[in-house]
Design a protein around this ligand. Sequence first.
Ligand code: K7E
Ligand code: CUA
Length: 652
Amino acid sequence: MTMTIASRCSPFASLLPFALLAACGGRPNAPAGGGADVLALMQARNLSEQDVNAALKTYTPTGRHDEYYQFASGGHGGNLIVIGLPSMRILKYVGVFSPEPWQGYGYGDQSGDVLGSVQRAGHTLTWADMHHPALSETGGDYDGKWIFVNDKANPRIAVVDLSDFVTKQIVGSELIQSDHGAAFVTPNTDYVIETAQYPAPLGGGYAPIETWNENYRGAMIFWRFDKQKGRILPAESFAIELPPYMQDLADAGKLVSDGWVYCNSIDVERAYGGNLEGRPSLEAGASQNDMDYLHVLNLRRAEAVAKAGKTETIAGMRVIRLQTAIDENLLAFVPEPKSPHGVDVTPDGTAVVVGGKLDTHTTVYDTMQMAKLIEQKQFVGKDPYGVPILDFQAAIRGQCEIGLGPLHTTFDDQGFAYTSVFIETVVAKWSLKDLKVVEKIDTHFNIGHLVAAEGDTVSPDGRFLVAMNKWALDRFAPVGPLLPQNFQLIDIAGAPMQLLYDMPLPLGEPHYAQIIKADKLKPIDVYKPIGFNPFTEAVDPFATVAGKERIERKADGVHVYMTAVRSHFTPDIVRVKAGDTVHLHVTNVEQAADATHGLAIGSHNVNLSLEPGKHCNVTFKADRAGVYPFYCTEFCSALHLEMAGYLLVEPQ
Ligand code: K7E
Ligand code: CUA
């Protein structure tokens, strides 16, 4: 029998969300079947009105695009995760600090040069501990052009180009041995900030840990970014030496506070562990004091000091020494409560919010007041290194009673701040006006970072917030002892906040993410003109034109000029001699969107992704005689399986 949706709806009408009621009322005679039998579905799947409401807010039908991109750090995976909001569908993993086979990233084309561009202590690095993505900004607002990410373990910064979602540059300095306060950009992306976390002798090298106070140091690097070139300019970058406290997160001032930089520190106790050597463990030693120091840096002045040459070059980096920073009045400290973590500048730039991990408050510092006190040199003391200290009470606007373990803060468009509260495992929404909590929502479980749509810009969007939870516990089907992290999408458009969606993140601890309006991005769909090399951003000198394919033996080896097109490689037989060095130059000569080919050569670790128009170069040694098939790794056409050939390595 056929029941109308209206008759099914009526007994539960009061339970139904608005959209369903509208459907019921609007189409009283809609036939059952398909998706019409909503109540039966709700009952069968044991879904509440709240569940259905959440589903309606996130479900994105086929062919419809998401309104926002979320760029999340891939944590240990060393790649960047691109997620659509509100659907929470993963759109891409971008290879950054780790090889990414699907993109051919790190497998021989020039991506290998990018991936391998920074070695540390003589080691090639194949992973990273990525923490904080930072979208490029113009006037304090995301401009959708680039995104920067850091590697905490092997201090590096990468530049990802959002025109093709490809990593174009990785830089790193031996000045520091770890980072955490990275990557953060200044409001016009003049600089990308990278701050060391664990003090060590500047520039590398050994010093006894007992000489921590004298020989160990922190530093903040300001990597100069050139928007024309889309590249960091190491030669124009500089650093500021800092005392051996563990500098934590940082943020750049904006609008009224543009030109200032704020950075937390932990371990002003200067504990360095030694729990088998008669000293307290690092963690116990580092949490003795009630206050650590918020670092306030005058970037404009630092820039001028660096320009005037008042620097010392250490490990190739121009460094403003600590004494110079003090003499030039470009660094001051303000006490901040117990083991601070997040430092987040408000959208209007007038305040900085700090969360103390062992505190129950967020502390709101007044940026203009601090600038005034520093300019007037109204200091109340000095640290052991002579850095001037501001009075805590004089520097703050107030504190908000949040709950136990506040970490990070993000903002909406209505004057509210949202703080992740780790120990209490909630998001606390509070008013920047009167510093009062208005609402809390549970997270599952133990939230780390959180991010609202464009929440760290001068013009947040509100609407959506994502809680990035460290623990997932029972939220997903069990997968063994190593659990994914849990991204929870929360609707913050109205009160109360509503949990919409749980998304497992199973490849590393993402830490931070940013959310940008989708229409700010204008990615290309093919490389133009044909033969374009994404890493040099020009037509490659070895680009191969259809009809000009050839194999040439030269002094440095055998050069193969190859094209790929549905559904063949030309040439499809490559003959070389054992011991030859082979230089393969492959151009995908297609311009149809999504007509991607791959090129894999067995036993030689050669794996290219050839998007339409793209050119790749790869060099490898054919050192062992044999017959090696090569083939296309993307199912590009009906005759994809036939898109293959042979590398014939003849004995000498
Ligand atoms: Cu995990 Cu920003 Cu590195 Cu906090 S950090 S949670
Ligand atoms: Cu080309 Cu499959």
